[in-house]
Write a protein that binds this ligand. Structure first.
Ligand code: CS2
Length: 467
């Protein structure tokens, strides 16, 4: 038997389930990017609001391309279980806010109509870094145009992707989709819609068969959409909402609504995500499968600790960074999160620009050392060989895979040319780093060490040198 509305009542009483009416109201939120993250993060915040009687937070969840997950969720009436586990304990919860689903690639019109539905008050997005395309701007604009034409109120459109100034980026994309005839629409967007920036944080690995088996055991039911996450979650959103009254509501559910999202965004992108990408590449190249298996190794842990303390923190405006760093190290070690290094290494070309260059530039401006980031950049080149130090090959899952691998393939024979070609890419490093001679020399140095002595020895050498 599957987890569905009909079987919900059979779940063990220790499992937290929705007790509210899931069918009597229209969704108030359209979420684009129905991946694991949204379902274990924002959907659980909205579940809390629904449980408190605020019935405007049901979700119309939109998968952007693949229909499989949407089909599974439809077969389960939008229900799925989330295992929340860390050093504090383990519990299961079934959030109930997912009321409708669509697939944007095949049901575009349904998505546009959903955005233009009178009940819709928010659009939230987790479409990943590479999802910020003109097609996304057009999709949003088509929905917003229908709202404006129908005389409906404006809405909040909240980007929740790991991009600096994500709200500004999304707003620019929607504006770029406007044509000369859209003057009225543009004025309406400016006057009635809000594109707040926001920082979202919770480690939610892609679902695995192991989690599904654990769900079967805990629920006594089959759940093809089960997820595993940590207890920690954070959502910081800019206090710029189409309906200002939403701020107090979100705050009542634990969301931080503030004028200063920037300091949270930059700390999260450079500390958490920056370390994640470095560890993902270390793990992929050394053959360590999970983030926890990397941070559990003393020299990798020291490397990450020092990357954050010496090269990232000096340029952050978040003053409690030391507590944040220490909490991150504990979170990375969570034994329940089998967070695959290859999952995090996916789309590295889209992730690196937000995660590393701002810290390197900060160090350059301060005349300080950027050795940890230089080693990380060398590791990225080593990673593009597509084979680990045990001789196991792996696929590069990246929109730039072809050009990265074409360059990386020759790195044994022509290391210097390959390092230079990789570092010349402004799409990765921005405009300030590519011409910087010391940066190039240090990446070259670490690449040489990695190729000659292996990743672990290179990291140990770096730690000894900077001790
Ligand atoms: C990770 C993030 O896959 C990745 O790139 O760094 O998904 C990370 O787990 C989340 O941003 C944590 O909030």
């Amino acid at each position: 038997m599957h987890l569905t509305d009909a079987t919900l009542a059979t779940l063990p009483s220790a499992i937290h389930t929705p007790r509210y009416d899931r069918h009597g109201h229209a969704p108030g939120v359209v979420h684009l990017g129905l991946g694991a993250f949204h379902r274990a993060h924002q959907a659980m915040v909205f579940d809390q609001l629904l449980a408190s009687g605020e019935m405007r937070w049901g979700i119309h969840g939109v998968g952007m391309t693949r229909p499989e997950l949407v089909n599974q969720l439809r077969a389960q009436d939008g229900l799925y279980a989330v295992r929340i586990a860390d050093g504090q304990g383990l519990r299961w919860q079934v959030p109930g806010g997912l009321w409708r689903t669509s697939v944007a690639a095949t049901e575009r019109d349904a998505v546009v109509q959903a955005m233009a539905a009178p009940s819709t008050r928010w659009v939230t997005l987790t479409v990943t870094e590479k999802g910020y395309t003109p097609a996304l701007g057009q999709l949003l604009l088509d929905g917003l145009r229908l709202r404006q034409q129908a005389g409906l109120p404006g809405i909040t459109i909240a980007s929740c992707d790991n991009l600096q100034g994500n709200g500004h980026q999304l707003q620019a994309l929607v504006k770029a989709a406007c044509t000369a005839q859209d003057k009225l629409l543009q004025d309406w967007l400016d006057a009635h819609c809000a594109f707040p920036c926001s920082m979202v944080d919770r480690i939610v690995p892609a679902a695995t068969p192991e989690v599904m088996a654990a769900a079967q055991e805990a629920l006594g039911l089959t759940d093809h959409a089960a997820l595993s996450t940590e207890g920690f979650w954070e959502w910081v959103i800019e206090d710029r909402l189409a309906d200002p009254a939403d701020a107090a509501l979100l705050q009542s559910a634990g969301v931080r609504v503030t004028a200063d999202v920037h300091s949270f965004e930059e700390a999260k992108l450079r500390m958490l995500n920056g370390s994640h990408t470095a560890m993902a590449l270390i793990g992929a190249v050394t053959g360590r499968p999970f983030i926890a298996s990397c941070i559990g190794v003393p020299h990798i842990r020291d490397f990450v600790h020092r990357l954050m303390s010496h090269e990232v923190a000096p340029h952050l405006s978040r003053s409690d960074w030391a507590d944040y760093r220490d909490a991150l190290i504990v979170r990375f070690g969570n034994p329940y999160l089998k967070h695959s290094v290859h999952q995090i290494a996916t789309d590295s070309s889209q992730k690196i620009p937000q995660r590393w260059p701002p810290s390197v530039q900060g160090q350059m401006a301060a005349g300080a050392s950027f050795e940890h980031h230089a080693l990380a950049a060398a590791l990225f080149l080593r990673y593009t060989l597509g084979v680990d130090e045990q001789g196991q090959s792996y696929a590069l899952n990246d929109p730039q895979a072809e050009s990265l691998m074409a360059n990386g393939a020759a790195q044994r024979e022509q290391p210097e040319a390959c390092v230079r070609a990789l570092l010349a890419r402004e799409d990765l490093w921005g405009s300030a780093l590519p011409g910087h001679a010391v940066w190039i020399a240090r990446v070259l140095h670490w690449h040489q060490q990695v190729m000659k002595h292996g990743v672990d020895a290179a990291i140990q050498q770096l730690l000894a040198q900077e001790a």
